[in-house]
Design a protein around this ligand. Structure first.
Ligand SMILES: Cc1cc2nc3c(=O)[nH]c(=O)nc-3n(C[C@H](O)[C@H](O)[C@H](O)COP(=O)(O)OP(=O)(O)OC[C@H]3O[C@@H](n4cnc5c(N)ncnc54)[C@H](O)[C@@H]3O)c2cc1C
Length: 426
């Protein structure tokens, strides 16, 4: 019988990705049970649900970014490496990274997902996406810079600068459109008082017949109504076929002039070279069993967005949301500890507490398992729950102060264009 953990030789676990799943896995794995290495290409954990607020200059990127070394500073059993993992050699249990090769006993893949451009290279090249802190800052730069350009651009050429096109009417597209409409109304005219903001069009393009298509009928209808109240133009049942950086071409043949197209129309898994093709779905997710173990492997696991698990409740896999990632991370930590003690492992079961989206001030929708609601109360609930999910008390406080300031003053004063310019020497 095993009496103490220290009597067991420590296995080496490599975790790829310090997102919601990877971080929760490590934090819930009791200290000193394993020899852990966390590898991430970023040195910080990102709170993606609030990227759109960075892109619209409502909060600073630092308030939703958490340095991994600080998050795990009390975990001396965890080594952190800033590197890109390029290949998995499952035969020899090792990985190739941008800083060298590492061997593992257990591999945990928690690499999340990336923007899906559905094979359209033009859209990939010319549009903006919202999947990282840097991309959020790029959108903020682009929008602010284009207003600077409008000031000296001939009127007939400024239409493309005035039109902001958001593709994808899911939560990200809806939240971003609403936030842009609010800064158009309340914030930008204060800075650019010579610009006629009635010319600024925020156009949301959605392929299905509804915004927030995965939510309740109430949420679909309310989100559309709220967006229209804010002045967002919604084009439904139409797809973007192409984009050359100046003209958006739609599937019905219509075109829109725009130098600002933001693509939020889908994600695909961040897979890594080396695992057999049959381990992956056609949406690039790794097929796992109910304990998140990769089908056909004994020592490789996938958790979070990158994993594909079929259950009775979710026969087509789980939604790619933070709560699934967090709970799969926790469950895997429990199971690895149980395995070490020869105890029963636990199958993952997701209990969906509901979903929500905010469209603007006092405008949000909440779907609970048996009840949906909208408006003021939904908006306060949305804010409260997002604040609770933010990792550090300091950042909760900073975001709360920012939100309170914006609420009362309607002015965030965070409109910095942060990029290298021509005047710099190097
Ligand atoms: C704009 C936006 C808004 C969202 N809003 C919500 C919301 O309101 N509610 C909700 O529940 N969900 C939301 N989501 C989804 C949610 O963020 C994801 O489901 C969640 O982040 C998945 O967690 P994860 O740990 O699987 O992946 P991630 O959190 O994406 O973490 C993956 C990590 O892996 C690292 N990585 C990837 N590839 C490599 C590699 N090759 N080498 C090294 N490191 C690598 C990345 O740098 C990253 O740190 C949103 C997503 C986005 C983009």
């Amino acid at each position: 019988m095993i009496k103490s953990y220290s009597a067991i030789p420590k296995k080496k676990i490599i975790v790829i990705g310090g997102g919601f799943a990877g971080i929760q896995f490590i934090m819930n794995l009791k200290k000193d049970l394993f020899d852990i290495m966390l590898i991430d290409k970023m040195n910080h954990h990102m709170f993606q649900p609030l990227f759109y607020q960075v892109a619209t200059a409502q909060i600073e990127p630092s308030s939703i970014s958490f340095p991994l070394r600080n998050l795990l500073r009390k975990r001396k059993d965890v080594r952190i490496r800033l590197a890109v993992v390029r290949e998995i050699d499952h035969v020899n249990s090792k990985i190739q990274t941008s800083i060298g090769e590492f061997k593992y006993d257990i591999l945990v893949i928690a690499t999340g997902s990336k923007t899906n451009y559905f094979g359209n290279d033009n859209i990939k090249k010319y549009s903006q996406s919202l999947k990282s802190t840097i991309q959020s800052i790029k959108i903020r730069n682009l929008i602010l810079e284009n207003f600077e350009k409008i000031l000296y651009t001939e009127e007939k050429e400024s239409e493309a600068l005035f039109n902001i096109v958001i593709v994808g009417g899911g939560p990200t597209g809806v939240e971003l459109s609403g936030a842009l409409a609010e800064i158009k109304r309340d914030v930008l005219p204060k800075d650019f008082y010579r610009i006629d903001f009635s010319k600024l069009q925020i156009i949301l393009i959605e392929g299905s017949e509804h915004t927030l298509n995965s939510m309740s009928d109430m949420a679909k209808k309310a989100s559309e109504l709220y967006l229209k109240e804010l002045g967002v133009i919604i084009k439904k049942g139409v797809f973007v076929r192409d984009y050359d950086g100046n003209t958006v071409t739609l599937s019905n043949g219509d075109t829109i002039l725009s130098k600002n197209m933001i693509w939020t129309a889908g994600v695909t898994g961040n897979t890594i070279k080396g695992l057999p093709e049959e381990s992956q779905t056609n949406t690039n997710r790794y097929k796992v069993d109910r304990t998140n173990k990769l089908i056909g492997f004994e020592n490789i696991y996938a958790i979070g967005d990158i994993s594909y698990m079929e259950t009775l409740k979710y026969p087509n896999g789980h939604p790619q949301v933070a709560n699934v990632a967090i709970n799969q991370g926790k469950n895997l930590a429990f199971n690895l500890k149980a395995g070490l003690m020869n105890k029963q492992t636990r199958e993952f079961e997701y209990s969906d507490k509901g979903s929500m989206a905010t469209i603007g001030k006092h405008k949000a929708v909440v779907d609970l398992p048996f009840f949906s609601f909208k408006g003021y109360f939904a908006w306060y609930i949305w804010m409260f729950l997002h604040l609770m999910l933010i990792l550090s008390v300091r950042n909760k406080l900073i975001i709360f102060i920012n939100w309170a300031w914006n609420y009362f003053s309607k002015n965030s004063s965070l409109r910095l264009i942060l990029k290298k310019n021509e005047a710099e020497d190097k």
